[in-house]
Design a protein around this ligand. Structure first.
Ligand SMILES: C=C1C[C@]23C[C@@]1(O)CC[C@H]2[C@@]12CC[C@H](O)[C@@](C)(C(=O)O1)[C@H]2[C@@H]3C(=O)O
Ligand SMILES: O=C(O)CCC(=O)C(=O)O
Ligand SMILES: [Fe+2]
Length: 379
């Protein structure tokens, strides 16, 4: 099994993270963004949570509840429309509306979704197909949501920069605020399900494909898991997830016994919180000190799950290279420099569960930065 590993020099942060971790009864590291113990303590906590598990739950984050509530309302209205109307906003190329099929390499899940580029122009271009009655209102709702989560992402990255002791603590947030940043919003809708599917690396059982739940169908047997969204890491810098009160999200964490084994830990839903995880690019930027956490969504019976994820990404031409402070004699450079365009091009050729950052490990013998200047945009 793959064990998310931290470099030796960050064992101290990992131990501190474990302390944050233990304090929570549900096992989910939680950070109070209102900084009750001061900014220094907040940045230490946040860096420790990220180094220990690549993931934390942000509470008291300052985003007004009406912002995600409006986003949920607009998303629910879209997903309630008849299938032929929703398909006018697709197929995902990779932006747009999609159903069941994830990417172009054979991955499937029990969900439908919308993927949007976060630039207001790109949102406006898609809005007409998503909300035929009031596209301007839809754009406004998405733009307000993006603005709120972008601010939260910047706050997290600046605190992380301070926690890591970077000479320029704002260098991470500047990557995602550049005018030509390539950040995305994804809205996932998981209908309630009652049968079994599974074909993934860390899966317990492998069973056939499943349609939606219908009356009289058998309920899942013990030990089976219906996959809503298969296991993967997020490729970008940082992901900020918010969902309704329906469970399903799971993260792959090392077992408490410290026996190098891992297990899927359910993340209890909390619509008032944001769940924030390290992406592949942040793992590369920190030379592997922070680890991009594997996660998945298992289908839930009863209620539909609605989630919105903001993927904070740099411009396509940005070069991703380990921050100098993270490269030492004891922790030599792990990944060769690459551009986000190059990483993206590679990722779209791979399955969801692939460990794509491994391909950029030094010594892997693949082409270096500048060898591929194909900066094609997504639209
Ligand atoms: C199978 C795929 C879907 C994905 C692109 C990829 O080839 C591999 C990464 C996948 C992922 C996971 C996180 C996000 O949901 C996503 C939008 C992203 O940036 O990378 C998806 C991609 C997608 O659905 O297009
Ligand atoms: O829908 C969710 O809750 C998580 C989905 C996810 O991990 C993703 O879209 O990358
Ligand atoms: Fe994800």
């Amino acid at each position: 099994m793959v064990v998310p590993s931290a470099a030796p020099e960050c064992r101290r942060e990992a131990a501190a993270a474990a302390a944050v971790f233990r304090r929570r009864r549900d096992g989910i590291p939680t950070v109070d963004m209102s900084a009750p113990a001061g900014r220094g303590e907040l940045s230490r906590q946040l860096a420790a949570a990220f180094a220990g598990s690549g993931f934390f739950k942000a509470v008291n984050h300052g985003v007004a509840a009406r912002v995600p509530a409006r986003m949920d309302g607009a998303a629910a209205a879209f997903f309630a429309r008849p299938a032929p109307e929703k398909q006018l906003a697709g197929p995902p190329d990779p932006l747009g509306y999609g159903s069941r099929s994830i990417g172009t390499n054979g991955d499937v899940g029990e969900l439908e979704y919308l993927i949007l580029h976060t630039s207001p122009d790109a949102v406006a271009r898609k809005a007409g197909a998503i909300d035929t009655t009031d596209p301007h209102r839809f754009s406004q709702v998405v733009n307000d949501y993006v603005e709120a989560v972008r601010q939260l992402a910047c706050q997290v990255l600046d605190l992380l920069g301070e926690g890591l002791g970077l000479r320029d603590p704002t260098s991470l947030s500047r990557l995602i605020t550049a005018t030509d940043n390539d950040s995305l919003i994804r809205i996932n809708h998981y209908p309630p399900s009652c049968t079994t599917t599974a074909t993934h690396q860390h899966q317990e059982r492998h069973v056939g494909a499943s349609p939606r739940c219908t009356a009289g169908e058998p309920k899942p047997g013990a030990g089976t898991t219906t996959i809503g969204f298969g296991e993967h890491t997020d490729p970008q810098i940082l992901s900020i997830l918010r969902a309704n009160d329906v469970d399903g999200l799971q993260v792959l964490l090392p077992d408490a016994a410290g026996d190098h084994d891992v297990s899927w830990v359910p993340v209890p839903p909390d619509p008032s919180a944001f769940f924030i995880n390290v992406g592949d690019l942040l793992q590369a930027l920190t030379n592997g000190r922070l680890v991009s956490i594997r996660h998945r969504v298992v289908a839930s019976t009863g209620k539909p799950r609605l989630s919105t994820i903001y993927f904070a990404a740099p411009p396509l031409h940005a070069t991703i290279s380990a921050l100098p402070e993270t490269v030492t004699a004891a922790a030599p450079r792990r990944y060769r420099p690459f551009t986000w365009a190059e990483y993206k091009k590679t990722m779209y050729t791979l399955r969801l569960s692939h460990n794509r950052l491994d391909l950029f490990h030094v010594g892997n013998g693949v082409a270096g930065v500048g060898d591929d200047d194909d900066d094609d945009d997504q639209e």
